[in-house]
Design a protein around this ligand. Structure first.
Ligand code: SF4
Ligand code: SF4
Length: 152
């Protein structure tokens, strides 16, 4: 009997206590701003320097450049394709750290669950459209790339 009373006491106490659980996925989780989430890629800022692909420890970035159609631009190449294979990306942040123009930046998003592995292969359009919840430090003063390829 004493155990029952103690148990009920605990139950009623916790009924009014502050909740420690989240209503995820009905209510999205707010991640801290330094969270390393799925990247956003901006093709207009990319100078096709290949540094992100070279630094990537899992070789999950594939990119190609093409001849710049603007003959007056100092940039000989512009980005043509840019893909990340999220089957093997470990969201280590190295690609965004090394990018000189912040063409690739981290977001606070983490949801990539899928029934097919093929869905984890994201192309340039997908990465470009992934443009919400960008880290504050990258979102506030996004540098533009001058025609010569340097940050403005
Ligand atoms: S976060 Fe790391 S593993 Fe993923 S693409 Fe960038 S460098 Fe590669
Ligand atoms: S490091 Fe940045 S600018 Fe260079 S290829 Fe990668 S995304 Fe483009």
């Amino acid at each position: 009997m004493k155990g029952l009373v103690t148990g009920l006491g605990l139950t009623f106490k916790n009924l009014t206590a502050k909740k420690v659980t989240y209503k995820y996925p009905d209510v999205p989780l707010e991640m801290p701003d330094r969270f390393r989430g799925i990247q956003h890629f901006d093709p207009e800022k990319c100078i096709v320097c290949n540094q992100c692909a070279r630094v990537c420890p899992t070789d999950c970035i594939t990119l190609t450049g093409k001849k710049n159609p603007d003959p007056e631009s100092k940039m000989k190449l512009v980005i043509d394709t840019y893909d990340i294979n999220f089957e093997i990306c470990i969201l280590c942040d190295l690609c965004t750290e090394v990018c000189p123009t912040e063409a690739i930046v981290m977001t606070n998003k983490f949801e990539l669950a899928s029934y097919s592995r093929d869905d984890l292969f994201k192309n340039m359009k997908w990465l470009n459209d992934n443009n919400t919840l960008i880290r504050q430090e990258n979102n506030s003063a996004m540098p533009k790339v001058a025609k010569g390829g340097a940050k403005e």
